[in-house]
Design a protein around this ligand. Structure first.
Ligand SMILES: [Zn+2]
Length: 670
């Protein structure tokens, strides 16, 4: 098993591909930009354990201190930076990493403990609020940073302190006498411990991950009661006061702690927490397939299906509800703030990709890769500007006067920007999965995502080099070139669920699609090491599930979902609420060349079949009489751009993905 975080460097992504260009922006701009922000905001020096004036600030979201996540902001930046440095040296960035690692080491307490808040602001309160205070979440991100650091620099300057901290955690948490039978309110450490176990093979690390995952949601975990109930009582929490993100008292589903994971029927609560938790649960199933794996098996697929079929936006975003940054009722997926809310946090979409990637490790099924790609090219890529210096946290599908479509320089709670950074750093590890059997001198490669890139690995002394060359996602022709003398190589290529057809080079036998992949026959491959796969990319209309009660249509082409913006359609005044399109509309492709980024992309234009409905604001009753028609005026050209590209070119921030679906109004039939 190769985690993307470990194997990404075996893939070289060409700079001219879309993914390559976004990676280039991250490596050349985002790394430095975020480093500057870390310095300006006090995060960079926080491990020196001095008091920062902002520690006195009242919490933006009560009762969470604003600086509570600073450890993780630093950790995610180190993780992303170390990954970029593995592929391209950068002295200034490396010096900052050295500096930060020294500060983290110096912040370690004699017993191994590392945490900014609980050392500086809340000493003596360690491990008293696992539910709300992100202590173990921060530890998890520091573990991941240490693994990336060790992987790049081959030294243990960060890993050793983290191992000492993990020793403390292993002693502290568990089901034994004098141990705390608790688990974190925000999962993260579980997936980090599993990755640590993969590196150390120390079963203590596996056992602690296992404990956190199995114990979660136990109604009788501490003195016969739910751990979080006893913990809150011991803290002396006022039972009538609840955190700002709780819509009700004792809101255990917010943390996915209302039931044991194996018994959960629907995906609930905070979306990022749910994704990190299920990523870890899926990975634990892989590591322990017979014991825990069996317990988790049906829950993992059930919760995935519930999420994708009922709680996911057409952009791959999840989480409609702002208050708890998470899932609403089934099919409750409004597009924007003034329609009921649309949160769709960047980290949550990244979490979907992580969950999908772990699922692909245990079951090669194109539906997981389809969703992974949907998230990547839409809900995730939209979160960073072309130049890599502006970010989104919320990724709504329609703007409003309250919430125009725009990116920000930074956030008080800044989980998303460094998360995008580290994802782009390791994205090569998501393109394909390869498995090696040294004893059999064989290998398997499954290609999930198309771009321009080369994968290199070795089976014993035999090198394998697989290159894919394409202009994906704008052009669906992909050329493959395999260089190896290895005779036993299984190669499978994903055929996306939206593809109407596909073609492999002349001479290749007809291939069946099984679970979203075609397998190139080994014998044919041996004599056809250069071949092509063509997947026509044709603009298409898509619609949300009818139960969303949104009678809308959107444009998509390949994995890209499109939106309309005021910069291309300057007549708009109402965030495109009165714009409608017909299902018979005529769609034309429009090549675009972006001046600032140099990106080439494909825009779309509806040249026939878009119109504006007459405003019904003169209607002074809650209903329209049958027979009172909307008048509509045709729009000569309605221009669309990829959703990920929004808010890069100025404008007033009016944007929409799903447009009203034209239909004859009731009562106009006569
Ligand atoms: Zn986030």
């Amino acid at each position: 098993m190769a985690y993307p975080q470990n194997c990404f460097a075996q893939t070289t992504i060409r700079d001219y591909s879309l993914l390559g260009r976004r990676r280039h922006a991250a490596a050349s701009n985002t790394l430095r930009y975020q480093l500057d922000v870390l310095k300006k905001t006090g995060r960079y020096d926080a491990f020196k354990l001095h008091w920062h004036p902002s520690y006195n600030d009242p919490p933006t979201v009560w009762p969470i201190p604003n600086h509570l996540f600073w450890d993780s902001d630093i950790a995610k930046w180190i993780e992303g930076a170390a990954m970029f440095l593995k592929q391209q040296p950068d002295q200034e960035i490396e010096e900052a990493i050295v500096d930060l690692v020294d500060m983290i080491k110096s912040a370690q307490q004699p017993d191994g403990y590392i945490n900014i808040h609980f050392t500086v602001v809340g000493p003596g309160r360690r491990f008293t609020n696992l539910r709300d205070f992100h202590e173990l979440y921060n530890a998890g991100h520091l573990i991941e940073a240490a693994l990336a650091h060790e992987n790049t620099f081959h030294d243990r300057r960060l890993l050793d302190p983290m191992l000492k901290y993990v020793d403390l955690l292993c002693d502290t948490f568990g089901g034994g006498r004098n141990q705390i039978p608790g688990y974190p309110g925000h999962p993260e450490i579980e997936l980090a411990l599993l990755r640590l176990y993969d590196h150390t093979k120390n079963t203590k690390h596996l056992e602690l991950a296992n404990f956190f995952l199995i114990e979660r949601g136990n109604a009788h975990g501490w003195f016969g009661r739910h751990y979080y109930d006893v913990e809150a009582e011991r803290r002396g929490d006022d039972p009538n006061k609840r955190p700002a993100f709780y819509p009700e008292r004792r809101c255990l589903w917010y943390h996915q702690a209302h039931e044991p994971i194996a018994e959960q029927q629907t995906v609930e609560g905070h979306a990022v927490r749910a994704m990190y938790l299920l990523t870890a649960a899926t990975d634990l199933k892989r590591v322990m397939p017979d014991s825990v794996g069996q317990k988790f098996e049906s829950a993992i697929y059930r919760l995935w299906d519930n999420m994708v079929s009922r709680k996911m936006y057409i952009t791959g975003g999840i989480g409609a509800i702002k208050q708890w940054e998470g899932f609403g009722l089934d099919y409750f997926l409004p597009q924007g703030t003034d329609e009921g809310g649309c949160y769709s946090e960047t980290c949550a979409a990244i979490g979907v990709m992580m969950f999908a990637e772990r699922l692909l490790q245990i079951k090669l099924d194109g539906r997981f890769a389809d969703t992974m790609e949907l998230c990547l090219y839409n809900a995730v890529l939209t979160s960073m500007s072309d130049d890599g210096r502006r970010f989104t946290y919320v990724n709504q599908l329609a703007s409003s006067d309250q919430d125009p479509s725009k990116r920000e320089e930074w956030f008080t709670c800044a989980c998303c920007p460094p998360n995008v950074l580290r994802l782009l750093a390791q994205i090569g590890g998501y393109l394909w999965t390869h498995k090696i059997d040294e004893a059999e001198a064989s290998a398997e490669v499954a290609v999930h995502l198309y771009t321009s890139a080369t994968l290199k690995f070795a089976v014993g002394d035999t090198e394998v080099q697989l290159e894919q060359q394409s202009n994906w996602p704008w052009n669906g022709d992909i050329k493959f070139n395999l260089k190896t003398t290895l005779s036993k190589l299984r190669l499978r290529l994903r055929i996306p669920g939206w593809a109407k057809s596909f073609q492999i080079s002349d001479g290749c036998p007809d291939l069946d699609v099984n679970d979203g992949y075609v397998e190139i026959p080994t014998a044919w491959l041996a004599s056809n090491k250069t071949f092509s796969l063509s997947i026509p990319l044709i603009p298409r209309l898509i619609a949300p599930h009818p139960f969303t009660n949104q009678h809308t249509l959107s444009l998509a082409r390949g994995p890209i979902v499109y939106c309309v913006e005021d910069i291309d359609n300057p007549w708009v005044e109402d965030h495109f609420k009165s714009t409608q399109i017909s299902q018979d509309c005529k769609i034309e492709e429009r090549p675009m060349q972006e001046k600032t980024s140099g990106d080439s992309l494909v825009g779309l234009t509806i040249t026939d079949g878009a119109s504006i409905i007459g405003a019904n604001s003169r209607n002074n009753s809650p209903s329209m009489s049958l027979g009172s028609c909307y008048k509509s005026e045709p729009i000569r050209e309605l221009h669309f751009i990829p959703y990920y590209h929004r808010s890069n070119r100025g404008g007033s921030g009016q944007m929409r993905v799903g447009l009203r679906r034209e239909a004859p109004p009731v009562g106009c039939q006569t």
